[in-house]
Design a protein around this ligand. Structure first.
Ligand SMILES: Nc1ncnc2c1ncn2[C@@H]1O[C@H](COP(=O)(O)OP(=O)(O)OP(=O)(O)O)[C@@H](O)[C@H]1O
Ligand SMILES: [Mg+2]
Length: 362
């Protein structure tokens, strides 16, 4: 399909004319130089070999100049815009819809590459507005559902405490309460995820002891791991400082620990290890749980993905997506190693705060 007002060929006739002109010029100048030197400068004094060498050097120079000119044209016309486009496409693939690639020519002088770039910009803009519409819709619906859910949970709780219920009725009300809480957790996580996706920085950073924070999170799971008779092996330093938003990192530790406890069977073992050097802090959470297959490993950070269906009722698959987003905001990293039926290890890396090290030595 030919578009109106768009140049058909990317390389204009001017390149052909320039090449033709350069060849004419070089041919003429070359003949002139050789004649001049033959008659006036070296005459008969130079050997045939020397004369040939000078001519070869001269042509090498011309060829280099011509190559540099052509390379520059190709780079300007194709390589640079293509690299820009590749960078922008990669950003869009990672969910950034704010990218914009400028066109190379003005509207009167457009070629097909410009049209492609402009169509790409339009497409990204459309995708961005759909994404905003989607997240705003989720956000609004979630907000609206929060209050009725809280009322349902409160009323169910009241019925359990004060109602004169039979055993069966009690079980039904307990189910209502459990599902209302699950829905409420889901909504809280959706709202958290939406907020984190919009954030570019951590809002409330402070320097604090991350080992102490990990310890406090661990305590909250004590009842659960004891109920499953899980052996806990903890090896952490006394104090290691990090500069981050504590409420965000708390979500990371809570989800890693909740997964480790949830996916480890009765009588299993969970090992927590912290190793730090001058630059980085590494936390390892290892469990002897069910482990993961390749598909789960590939999708573990996807929103709403749950690999192990036997535990699907516990949680909603947003935990690891939240963890990854938080670590991206904190300039941290997470890697996972897992073997089906053997267990999993999650390694979180964070930047260590140097000032904290100073405090630590005091
Ligand atoms: N320690 C683990 N051992 C085995 N599988 C795991 C482990 N941690 C995560 N997974 C797998 O990754 C999936 C995604 O984990 P994620 O924490 O995002 O969701 P979830 O725990 O199912 O729900 P939520 O975190 O929202 O309560 C899990 O459903 C499970 O299949
Ligand atoms: Mg989880």
């Amino acid at each position: 399909m030919k578009r109106k007002g768009v140049r058909n060929s990317h390389f204009p006739a001017v390149i052909f004319l320039a090449t033709f002109f350069v060849i004419l010029l070089v041919g003429g100048i070359h003949t002139g130089i050789v004649t001049f030197f033959n008659e006036n400068v070296w005459g008969m004094s130079l050997s045939g070999v020397a004369k040939t060498t000078i001519v070869i050097c001269y042509w090498v120079l011309i060829a280099s100049g011509f190559t540099a000119f052509t390379t520059y044209q190709i780079r300007k016309a194709y390589e640079i815009p293509m690299k820009e486009l590749a960078k922008a496409t990669d950003a869009v693939a990672h969910g950034d819809f704010s990218v914009y690639v400028p066109a190379l020519h003005t509207s009167e002088n457009m070629d097909y590459l410009d049209v492609m770039i402009m169509d790409f910009n339009k497409m990204v803009e459309e995708l961005g507005s759909i994404e905003t519409l989607k997240t705003d819709f989720f956000s609004n619906v979630s907000h609206e559902m929060k209050t009725p859910l809280a009322v349902i949970a409160n009323q169910a709780q009241l019925l359990l405490v004060k109602g004169d219920l039979s055993h069966e009725q009690k079980e039904s009300v307990q189910d209502i309460l459990a599902y209302a809480r699950k829905m409420s957790d889901l909504i809280t996580n959706i709202l958290k995820m939406n907020r984190l996706e919009k954030q570019k920085i951590q809002p409330d950073q402070e320097i604090y002891d991350v080992c102490e924070q990990f310890g406090s999170c661990l305590v909250q799971f004590e009842e659960k791991w004891e109920a499953k008779q899980i052996e806990m092996d903890i090896d952490m330093e006394d104090r290691v400082y990090v500069e981050a938003d504590p409420s965000l990192l708390e979500l990371v530790w809570n989800n890693l620990l909740s997964n480790a406890v949830k996916f480890t069977d009765l009588g299993g073992k969970i090992t927590i290890k912290e190793v730090s050097d001058e630059e980085n802090i590494m936390f390892y959470v290892t469990d002897t749980g069910c482990g993961m297959d390749k598909t789960t490993m590939n999708h573990i950070f996807d929103k709403f993905y749950q690999g192990d269906t036997s535990h699907a009722t516990e949680g909603n698959g947003l935990g690891m997506a939240l963890v990854l987003r938080i670590l991206q905001l904190c300039d941290g990293d997470i890697t996972v190693k897992s073997e089906e039926g053997v267990g999993s290890t999650f390694m979180v890396t964070l930047k260590r705060k140097k000032d904290g090290m100073h405090e630590r030595n005091q």
